[in-house]
Design a protein around this ligand. Structure first.
Ligand code: SAM
Ligand code: ZN
Length: 192
């Protein structure tokens, strides 16, 4: 699998939907580019702040949206809470697009396809269900960025504090492997 880096993303065609968006390998105007797809909407969850819910049935394996934003190194992050880690020192910082409302769950119904930079359904998702992914599959160290939090996902296997991949027990790291950011996969394999 080709890994995402400044170089590979830089070769992708630029998105003209927003001056700050540098990630869009799909043609501008396609349903995955920038616009909020009609299958989702933003809601106020209460305890977790805003979140994204399905407005209609989403099938397992369906691509829901493409992440967008600006590629920046850690030192240039304006708000680490709205950034998706893509490599050791490369983050996709979102500015006002729907992806910044995506919450974490320890038992998620979506995962990130790091090659396409898209959110993909892991299972069938019913209308009204909140969309989530496991932040520990992309973020190495949320403690370092000061954005760790206590998880309110409510799932039976909730890990409690979400602090990043670095802090997961070995058996949990193994479980996340199929959905991991390539950088995290490499890092983990090195220590095995
Ligand atoms: C990318 S934002 C997601 C949108 C956020 N809920 C909001 O209203 O802006 C990430 C932040 O949402 C909150 N969050 C996400 N998932 C959560 C969860 N499972 N439990 C508690 N807070 C969560 C945390 O504060 C986290 O730093
Ligand atoms: Zn949880």
């Amino acid at each position: 699998m080709e890994e995402v880096s400044l170089e590979t993303v830089g070769r992708a065609s630029l998105c003209k939907a927003s001056p700050s968006c540098v990630v869009a390998v799909v043609p501008v105007g396609s349903e995955l580019c920038m616009k909020s797809p009609e299958s989702i909407t933003i809601i106020e969850t209460g305890s977790k702040g805003c979140g994204i819910v399905a407005t209609k049935h989403i099938r397992k394996g369906e691509t829901i949206f493409r992440f967008s934003g600006e590629l920046v190194p850690r030192r240039k992050l304006k708000n680490p809470n709205t950034a998706l880690q893509l490599d050791e020192d490369l983050f996709l910082e979102s500015y006002g697009t729907i992806d910044e409302n995506l919450n974490h769950s320890c038992n998620p119904n979506c995962h990130v396809d790091f090659r396409q930079l898209t959110l993909v359904a892991l299972k069938d998702i019913q209308r009204g269900e909140e969309l989530t992914f496991d932040y520990n599959t992309s973020e190495y160290d949320l403690m370092d960025q000061g954005c760790f939090f206590t998880c309110l996902c409510g799932s039976q296997d909730c890990i409690g504090d979400v602090r990043g991949f670095k802090y997961l027990p070995a058996d949990h790291k193994k479980k996340t492997e199929p959905f991991l950011l390539p950088f995290l996969k490499r890092k983990w394999r090195k220590v095995l």
